[in-house]
Design a protein around this ligand. Sequence first.
Ligand code: GN1
Ligand code: MG
Length: 352
Amino acid sequence: MNRLEELLGNFDVVGRVVEIETEGNGYINDTFIVSLDQDGVGDRVVLQHVNQAVFTRPQDVMSNLRQITEHCHRKINRDAGRYAEQGRHWQLTHIIPTRDGRDFFEDARGNVWRCLTYIGGARAYATVRDERHAEECGLAVGHFLSLVSDLDPARLRQTIPGFHVTSEYLRQFDAAPKDGLDPALARFVDERREAATLLERAEANGELTRRVIHGDPRINNILIGEADGQAMAMIDLDTSCGGLVQMDVGDAVRSICNPSGEDYHALGDVCFRMDVFEAFMRGFMREAGGFLTPADVECLYPAIRVLPFELGLRFLTDHLNGDRYFKVPQHGQNLHRAIGQFRLCELVEEKE
Ligand code: GN1
Ligand code: MG
């Protein structure tokens, strides 16, 4: 029995392990898809090692996940009839507890592992396929936000302190060693310091309200049904806690409207597709329009501008610090990613 199979033995799953595949899309956690066989009936579960360098309090991640999934499942069950009428199949993962009833397992080395149900018949895409896909992504983000819109953010813990607080990323950038940094990049950052904190200021003066958000709704975290092309679920809820809904819109948009992706090939490939953006917003507003205030809508553009800037800044700072946060194939990739996100930010500015 290999180590992963042995780990899985700690969770309340039945069946014989047939295959364990590595899921390689995330930059943070280690994710494995386990195929099981129970008397000829197949099942799959997700086994994950939570990155404790990033999530220093994994118990908080799991306590949030427990509350969010229970809250959403109650509403998904309540609305099952309406979904059926609409022909929709909204889902959300469930935590599979350990055999002794806990939400995660801590191995002898102190590593935290968890097991989740696998949502079958669906897949995530790294880049947008067409306008319909973009609209479905908008529906997925809007639907998730509406599910959690009546969950009190005060009940959830901040799993990464300062996550999506752009001023905090500026502070980390300022503290990083600057050897070899292209002065043009430093200038790019300096010119946007003021704009980068607009949302924080709007929150501080009471214009914007904190709600439960997803935190990481990039295109890879949106599952699309393979049979009908409909959005089915949002995955990767580790950063879901109190925040500004605008941040979710900005993060989804930056990942969906630029089909060249974060690891783009040539800088000229980085683009902001307006048709895709409009389709995304159409879907998003259909689900989220009901609970957004006029001030919320007013602050969507600043977020769509700041998210690629913020992520670019995070990549750049990580590059300067020696790639301690984001996984990279080789040194230099975080710099490459930063330049791409900054370019995307410029393209958004051109289309304000
Ligand atoms: C990380 O967790 P993952 O790999 O889906 C990051 C996001 C970034 C994203 C960029 C906890 O997402 O904030 O937008 O990389 N998540 C965390 O690809 O830092
Ligand atoms: Mg994530």
